[in-house]
Ligand binder design. Structure first.
Ligand code: NDP
Length: 301
């Protein structure tokens, strides 16, 4: 039987630190605050939102949700975004993606203040992952997967990792984060010709495709670690499934994440970590501007 890699165990392990950091920042005059922008009522967005609200409440952190109608125009959405960018009481902005077909996320990725971009969607933050610069924000899901692997002491150095899914939200940044830990990474996508072969040699398989039950037992080397990032909600039954055929893969895997309760929960925990990091950045900026202001006054007075 495979070891279950539960996101909640990782989240529980950092709750004390989150609470303490949040308190410290409040004492220094900053009330850390995340603002989620949700357009419409997509079930996957609602799952993520509920998880975030629960965790933030547990550790005493502030989170606001801006709910916008599906018919919102690009201009109106841009206006909301700009207001949050300018609002000093907002430290992190999380926009649920993908957007409706009538909306374009690209201009928003370009305009978001990189210091508030807690889900690493702007090019400045993405570039920092590739440069090995930890001062920015990586997207929360790849970071959550990394934290989960480290929390459960899954060896990464020299490990053969097959990533299934190569999006900018999950696969590509995760490939970089794994490479930094000296893993040997193979990245697969819909045009990969022999997915079974690419997975079978892996010590760790990580799937983020949105294709339910794509990863079957034939793909998995006995004892391998299997991380399921997929969130697939059955529109008829409302049931939540991952990308992995859990029932048949679990008996042969060495370790596996459940869905729900695995990568998604770790993602939410990272969202809280990154919101506090954003609030710390805001505090530092205020301190620097006060120092600069004093220096300018000294110079002229
Ligand atoms: P995208 O649609 O942007 O990317 C999907 C990736 O999977 C693409 O690289 C695509 O290949 C690849 N793919 C699709 N079908 C196959 C296939 N049959 N074989 C191999 N590769 C395939 O999705 P996201 O990256 O945004 O999300 C992926 C999944 O992860 C979704 O279920 C999403 O809900 C979930 N997710 C979960 C999060 C969490 O916190 N747990 C957060 C973010 C996403 P190609 O590039 O060739 O099209």
């Amino acid at each position: 039987m495979a070891k279950l890699l539960k996101g909640a165990a990782y989240a529980d392990s950092i709750k004390g630190t989150l609470e303490e950091k949040n308190r410290e920042l409040i004492e220094k005059g900053v009330l850390p605050c995340l603002t989620i922008i949700r357009i419409g009522e997509w079930p996957d967005d609602l799952v993520y939102e509920r998880g975030a609200l629960k965790l933030f409440k547990e550790v005493g952190m502030q989170v606001r949700v801006v709910i916008l109608p599906e018919e919102i125009t690009q201009a109106a959405l841009t206006k909301v975004f700009a207001a949050l960018n300018d609002d000093d009481t907002v430290h992190g902005i999380l926009l649920f993606l993908p957007l409706e077909d009538n909306l374009d996320a690209e201009p928003l990725k370009k305009m978001i203040n990189p210091d508030k971009d807690v889900d690493g969607m702007c090019s400045e933050n993405i570039a920092k992952i590739f440069l090995g610069d930890d001062s920015g924000f990586a997207p929360c899901t790849p970071m959550g997967v990394m934290e989960l692997l480290k929390f459960y002491n899954i060896p990464l150095e020299s490990a053969k990792v097959t990533l299934v899914g190569s999006s900018m939200v999950v696969g590509k940044p995760l490939a970089m984060l794994l490479s930094r830990e000296n893993a040997t990474v193979t990245m697969c996508h819909s045009k990969t010709t022999d997915l079974v072969e690419e997975c079978l040699w892996a010590d760790i398989i990580i799937s983020a495709t949105g294709v339910p039950k794509l990863i079957k037992k034939e793909f998995v080397k006995p004892g391998a670690t299997v991380i399921d990032v997929g969130i697939n909600i059955d529109r008829v039954t409302g049931e939540l499934h991952g990308d992995v055929d859990f029932e048949n893969v679990e008996p042969i895997a060495g370790a596996i994440t459940p869905v729900p309760g695995g990568a998604g929960v770790a993602t939410t925990a990272v969202l809280a970590v990154q919101t506090l990091k954003a609030a710390e950045k805001a505090l530092l900026k205020t301190k620097h501007s006060h120092v600069r202001h004093r220096e300018v006054r000294k110079h002229y007075v």
